[in-house]
Design a protein around this ligand. Sequence first.
Ligand code: TNX
Length: 516
Amino acid sequence: AGIAAGATAAAVSPGQQTAVTSSAPGLIPKPSSQRALAGQTFTLDRWSHVGVQTSVKEAKAARKIAGKLAGQLRRSTGYPLPVVGSRHAAITLSTNGPASLGAEGYTLRSDRSGIDVIAATPEGLYRGVTTLRQLLPAKAEAATRQAGPWQVQGVAIADQPRYEYRGAMLDVSRHFFSVAEVKRYIELVSLYKLNKLHLHLSDDQGWRIQVDSWPRLTTYGGSLEVGGTPGGSYSKADYAEIVRYAAEHYLTVIPEIDTPGHTNAALASYAQLNCNGVAPPLYTGTAVGFSSLCTTKQITYDFLGDVFREVAQQNPGPILHLGGDEAHSTPHQEYLDFLPKASALVTAQNKSVMGWQEIAETPLPAGSIAQYWGTDDARSQELARKAAAQNAKVVLSPANRAYLDMKYNASTPYGLDWAGLVPVEKSYSWNPSTLIPNLPANSIAGVEAPLWSETLDDIDKVEFMAFPRLPGIAELGWSKEADLGWDTYKDRLAAQGSRWDALSVNFYRAPEIAWR
Ligand code: TNX
């Protein structure tokens, strides 16, 4: 099958695509173009091989992708599925595609002779393999051996993302999540082609990342969580394992150290960080806006210099998020003075600044990103435009649509509702390019679905809130504007239910979806 590289972008014209929409597979996010190939069903069997075609430079990464795919399919099919270098395998994965595919683009063709996934990079190949997984029967995701047949319909797909930034945020501060829980979230979100994992690592209730120069941040500041139960923190080895696992799933980790507000855990750990020199007690409630770093003390900047250095060292990605939200206890002028100084400490570590929308009121270094979390209110929209006006990019996380911690409806057992109830349709039915009036299209970097954990103390609850809404946000970030639409999305979403069952995802069976 390795030579039948027919699924180039040019091979899938829009006309052909519309003619066969009814038989196109139900993929999320919807690919840029797809064409069903009638009568071309492929069947995986016990003699199938997985072939890898790649350059020397990309061989290790490509083999790893092939190995992971084969490993999963071995578990569910029971077939040997050796990974080979041959061009004549049943499934061929190639990184030798044209550069025009871009970093994340790929083509996928399945026909009766085999399946080819072709990309220009390992990242693009990984995105293509997530599509292949959705083309296989749902039971292919199972952890134990299932009965075949293992058929894939004939299809020619050419695909690339709409936006460069497609993220999920996990708040590990309000409740601590173990490395194993974070890994599980990584696995699940990477299935929908997200490429950023934003970790909210510090807040009033807990500091979760080790900083050797300020050890009490974790030993004391990380000891509890909301409700007063034991918290926890990531050692450097733990954190390195999260970063490694995220990279293996083609997610870049964006660490957030929230400043100058949301800092009670740090203030409780070191008395000298407080303006009055007195450490407050640890906090295990859920109020916001009561804490602030002492922006007029030099030690605050020495502290942040150390913290950002050690956090930067633990994160190979190019972005460091400094929070900046809800600094209600920082006098406004002090906030305006503080933020550029904190930003400079981030850029001194060769990282770009990311922060919540409030940072747009301050001058931002080149290459900064402001994260919109508004609810269609004029003030938040204005902040997004202010960011764009100073050439910063904007990531869209509208709280009334993209916040995965909002309840679905009044009887959802956990979650918050300050931004309103967010049923599945509402979380999906918005257009990133028109959400904020007069925000230039080229200033939008993409979308992110944050999940705050005040009410969520384990990964099962996280899954319940994220699924089924997260795939919708992922589609808004990936798929073409013309392809978005609740009526057809709803049907594709329904088909994910059996996949989540196979993966044991604790998803909310929203009654408006005809799960199958
Ligand atoms: C607001 S949105 C916050 C968080 C809360 C969240 C709960 C934002 C930047 N800050 O501190 O956890 O609401 O939904």
